[in-house]
Design a protein around this ligand. Structure first.
Ligand code: SF4
Length: 413
């Protein structure tokens, strides 16, 4: 049982199927007709509309959303819950841009407060994992002129030469837009060049909120929605997969969130190249929006659930445990989430600098597996492309006591 302030959420009822739960909801005479229609659509596998998405944000209660989102989650994945073994490299925290919500970057004029790595320094970090069973390096950071097309092409080539099996998931359209413009390359040609250098896929960052009404207030000088979406489209055209994020819970309205997801849903219909959607909670420490209150955990869970319902063509909904806390990550598994990211190994500063609960984010594989098992889900280690690496459902770790029958001491009378 989990307690969030005064709200108690029970794990899903044992023995009750997801179909039964949804039927009970649909037959509830007190349910508003619009909510009943949406629930029926979910049961019939029919896509909900833009207006229905907004309606859910405005009117649906957490418990209702949980039933719908969990129905979709379990139809797609059952109890399977994915994670991977990864580490981050953040080449710089200096940035030419000025996003108001950013707690991470130092502007060029404050560069003495930041770090700026060289290619060899990044390779040295990679080499630290030579004997570790990690499958992915996740690379993201700020945008600086020196870290240009040649810089990244050189890093990707050296990284692949050193460890060909390590999947390189690197940079976002924010970096690529800047790099390609400077190199006078089209988005397609730029992505093709970097793919040939060793880039495997793209993380989902930099999306924030697409609608210009919000984007111009919080991230006015970096790539816009059309440029972000186009770079993903070109990557998909080249056969690469990518993720998509949404920064929620600041100055946006509910319809801005639906507009954001609608644009992603449309591109996904066209290319099918997105793997996971990752809602990112706005955190208000150490940035220019510190006066904006953060949303509650209940709103986090509502948002995961609505994303699961709205994005019917996305296979996975991911929660970053390092950003929302381990407990909320566990809860999210009942609200549409089927992936809780990776071990991280304390290699990212992005979440901690924004005020996340995890100040040194790292979990061993066993800790991640336990976290998932403790809420009765099945832990699956995946690679970046969601191929199963290890099914930990019945795995016994070396230092774990194997469940078995023990002889009880017999007291002779
Ligand atoms: S969010 Fe990214 S692009 Fe914006 S200032 Fe921070 S590091 Fe730079």
């Amino acid at each position: 049982m989990f307690v969030i302030s005064n709200i108690v959420l029970l794990p899903k009822p044992k023995g009750e199927s997801i179909v039964q739960s949804l039927d009970i909801l649909i037959q509830n005479p007190n349910l508003a007709p619009s909510l009943k229609d949406i629930a029926q659509k979910v049961k019939d596998g029919i896509r909900i509309t833009f207006d229905e998405g907004v309606y859910l944000y405005e009117h649906a209660e957490l418990s209702y959303l949980g039933v719908l989102a969990n129905y979709i989650r379990e139809k797609k994945h059952g109890d399977l819950t994915y994670f991977n073994r990864n580490f981050h490299i953040e080449p710089t925290n200096i940035c030419v841009y000025d996003c108001k919500f950013c707690s991470y970057s130092r502007m060029i004029k404050q560069r003495e407060e930041g770090w700026e790595m060289e290619v060899d320094g990044m390779i040295d970090i990679l080499k630290k994992y030579d004997d570790e069973p990690v499958t992915e390096v996740h690379i993201t950071g700020g945008v600086v002129p020196k870290q240009n097309l040649d810089f990244y092409a050189s890093f990707f080539r050296k990284a692949k030469a050193h460890r060909p099996d390590l999947h390189i998931k690197a940079l976002t359209p924010v970096e690529y837009y800047y790099i390609f413009k400077k190199a006078k390359l089209s988005h397609y040609d730029g992505m093709k060049y970097l793919k040939e250098a060793g880039l495997d896929s793209m993380p989902g960052g930099g999306a924030e909120i697409f609608h210009p009404e919000v984007r111009e207030k919080i991230a006015h000088d970096k790539c816009n929605a059309e440029q972000w979406l186009d770079i993903h489209e070109q990557a998909h055209t080249l056969g690469m997969r990518s993720n998509a994020t949404m920064l929620y819970g600041h100055i946006e309205q509910f319809w801005h969130r639906v507009d954001h997801m609608e644009r992603l849903r449309q591109l996904q219909d066209k290319t099918g190249g997105f793997q996971a959607f990752i809602p990112l909670k706005f955190r208000n420490q150490n940035n220019q929006m510190s006066d904006v209150a953060e949303v509650s955990v209940v709103e986090d869970l509502r948002n995961y659930a609505i994303a699961r319902i709205y994005l019917d063509n996305f296979e996975h909904i991911k929660a970053y445990w390092a950003m929302i806390s381990r407990e909320t990550a566990q809860l999210s598994l009942n609200f549409g989430v089927d992936d809780i990211d990776g071990t991280l190994d304390d290699t990212t500063k992005i979440y901690s600098m924004a005020g996340a609960e995890e100040q040194t984010p790292a979990m061993s594989t066993k800790e991640l597996v336990d976290l998932i098992r403790n809420v009765k889900r099945k832990p699956i280690e995946r690679d970046t492309l969601y191929n199963v690496v290890t099914d930990y459902t019945d795995h016994v770790f070396e230092d774990e006591v194997k469940p078995s029958y023990y002889k009880l001491p017999v007291v002779n009378s």
